[in-house]
Design a binder for this molecule. Structure first.
Ligand SMILES: C=C(O[C@H]1C=CC=C(C(=O)O)[C@@H]1O)C(=O)O
Length: 355
């Protein structure tokens, strides 16, 4: 199959209102697509059949599934373009900024009172599009971020989403698994070596500890890397890789995914307290942002599930970009605002030709 033909098929599928997903794994030159042949809404609790999962942040809501058996499955080599990237312009929003900073300060106070160790706070911002084009979107997204998991997803039930995420929820290959602790952010610069302050190092260690704790019941962890710097577009993060084996007889893709989701990188720790705080205080619906997504194969014995970060929802020529950041006792409201502005650039750069 030819790449150009694949994009045309996707554009047609969207025009016909039929569900589809097109995606490419990190550092992979291949693009895959599932084109559902009908508009049926399939939900999934047990990840043991082949297809693509799109799960929301709040697991009380349903995960949507495009089953392989009802889809045309396409694959081809990705053709990327070398594109020049300029930071997109973000208009000043004094009111929005002060409201967000107030929420950050309130969250810091809550953490200082000992109610939680870390809580991830987020927001969304809308951008009006002059001319939405699936072809341009694919070209931009897949070319600019080759090291990310890149996707476009459409279902009449969820609407149209796309993103380029750096965070793996879990990768499974029969009895072995891989995951990561990702936290701490700074803009990419020429400064070498990259230095991380105690706030970022502590925050990232908290994420690693919480993930190891969550994994205890379902895995025997074999390997934990040292924290290292991971580049995600024009941002840098601290990352620790964790891998090992699933506990025999006990663990499945479903149990490990629910043990990990939502990760401390997108929710916080303790998980329940952080999640309730988010649902009560954030003041908007995260929907599928900070949910997870990915292709399940071999009846759930192999899968690569990613956390839905650096993403946006596009509807009626309006793109809503979702961004957030981990708050700890040491967070400063003004810095957290700037961090979300920087994170917004990831999707804003994809939108440039359509603004
Ligand atoms: C919540 C987001 O990023 C997470 C992933 C990496 C670093 C993060 C941070 O430094 O706060 C966040 O935890 C987002 O991009 O919207």
């Amino acid at each position: 199959m030819d790449y150009k033909f694949l994009i045309e098929k996707i554009a047609q599928q969207y025009e016909d209102g039929l569900p589809f997903v097109i995606f490419s794994l990190p550092n992979n030159n291949e693009v895959s697509a599932l084109l559902q042949k009908n508009t049926a809404v399939h939900t999934i609790d047990n990840f043991n059949s082949n297809g693509f999962i799109f799960a929301p942040f709040d697991s009380r809501e349903s995960s949507i599934f495009i089953p392989e058996k009802e889809s045309e499955i396409l694959q081809c080599e990705l053709i990327t373009k070398s594109l020049t990237i300029n930071p997109g312009e973000l208009s000043e929003e004094i009111g929005v900024q002060s409201q967000y900073m107030k929420l950050i300060s309130k969250t810091v106070d809550t953490i200082k009172r000992g109610n939680a160790i870390k809580i991830v706070i987020s927001r969304k911002k809308d951008f009006k599009l002059q001319k939405f084009s699936i072809k341009t979107l694919v070209e931009q997204l897949f070319s600019i971020y080759p090291t990310a998991f890149r996707y476009l997803w459409y279902h009449p039930h969820t609407g149209f989403w796309c993103g380029a995420t750096p965070e793996t929820l879990v990768e499974i290959n029969n009895h072995s698994f891989k995951t990561m602790a990702l936290a701490g952010t700074q803009p990419l610069s020429d400064r070498q070596p990259v230095l991380w302050g105690p706030k970022e190092l502590d925050e990232q260690q908290m994420v690693t500890d919480a993930i190891l704790d969550n994994l205890q019941k379902v895995t025997s962890v074999l390997k934990i890397s040292k924290p290292f710097t991971h580049q995600a577009g024009s941002l840098l993060h601290l990352r620790t890789d964790i891998s090992g084996a699933l506990k025999n007889g006990k663990a499945t893709l479903t149990t490990i995914a629910s043990a990990l989701h939502p990760t401390p990188a997108v929710c916080g720790t303790p998980k329940k307290i952080a999640k309730n705080y988010i649902l009560e205080n954030e003041g908007y619906d995260r929907s599928y942002y900070t949910g997870f997504l990915g292709h399940v194969t071999e009846g759930g014995n192999t899968a690569s599930l990613m956390v839905n970060l650096r993403c946006m929802k596009i509807e009626n020529n309006c793109a809503s970009i979702f961004v957030g950041g981990g708050i700890t006792a040491d967070s400063k409201a003004a810095d957290e605002w700037v961090e979300t502005q920087n994170k917004m650039q990831t999707m804003l750069q994809v939108l440039q030709p359509m603004l």
